[in-house]
Write a protein that binds this ligand. Structure first.
Ligand SMILES: C[S@@+](CC[C@H](N)C(=O)[O-])C[C@H]1O[C@@H](n2cnc3c(N)ncnc32)[C@H](O)[C@@H]1O
Length: 212
């Protein structure tokens, strides 16, 4: 497995504080992560995968619902995972180094898969490879919970959105031009529900794999 050095290896020590500051004007990061976990309707025996888990905040938050199940966070950045591992000693949580475009899991293994703020980081090709991998590892009745940037309506919100996007690279501009729903449909997902949050700058899409 080839794991390239990622820009997140550099960002890792500051990532959690950056997220806390970014979410502060809209109620705080904990509230946001809790909302995402609730929307996933996790059951106590579920197997959860958090793809591109970063420092594992959602992987850990989602595990609060588990009594028998497990929560796995996978990420390309060794350093993000080091931070993630330092945040929890829960034996139901595991963090794994890996690439989302070729994941080390059997087909049909997971009840829930999270992709939060990951797709906009990926090139168009790796984005589709990742979504097809997610589809492969999800159980036929499993759910994908995808969370990412959304172009809001309204002048003021768009100014804020553009300011946020200034921090991002070409992949993110390509992603927002295409839109989350279109990306998911291209990879064989059916959209169940869409919610907008963080002043409509972020969309949360719940989708299930279309039967083959
Ligand atoms: C913006 S962070 C989001 C982290 C986390 N999901 C969150 O909500 O805070 C994007 C994460 O995706 C990871 N990532 C990027 N490309 C990846 C890939 N091909 N496979 C696995 N992880 C990847 C990065 O290392 C980084 O930790």
């Amino acid at each position: 497995m080839v794991i390239e050095k990622s820009k997140f290896d550099i960002v890792a020590p500051f990532y959690d504080i950056m997220m806390k500051l970014l979410f502060m004007p809209s109620g705080g990061e904990s509230k946001f992560r809790k909302k995402i976990s609730q929307l996933a309707r996790i059951r106590s025996n579920h197997k959860i995968l958090d793809v591109g888990c970063g420092t594992g905040t959602l992987t850990i938050s989602a595990s609060a619902y588990l009594e028998k199940g497990i929560s796995i966070g996978l990420d390309l950045s060794h350093r993000m995972l080091t931070v993630a591992k330092s945040k929890s000693k829960n034996p139901r949580i595991h963090f794994i180094l890996g690439n989302s475009s070729k994941m080390p899991f059997r087909s049909g293994s997971f009840d829930r898969v999270f992709l939060t703020f990951v797709l906009h980081e990926l090139s168009p090709v790796v984005r589709q490879q990742t979504l097809r991998e997610v589809r492969r590892v999800l159980k036929p009745d499993g759910l994908l919970i995808a969370v990412d940037y959304h172009v809001p309506k309204g002048k003021l919100k768009r100014v804020v959105f553009r300011a946020l996007m200034m921090l991002e690279e070409d992949e993110a501009w390509n992603f927002v031009a295409r839109g989350l729903a279109k990306e998911l449909k291209s990879a064989g997902f059916q959209i169940n529900r869409t919610e907008f949050t963080i002043k409509d700058l972020v969309s949360v899409v719940i989708a299930n794999p279309v039967c083959r």
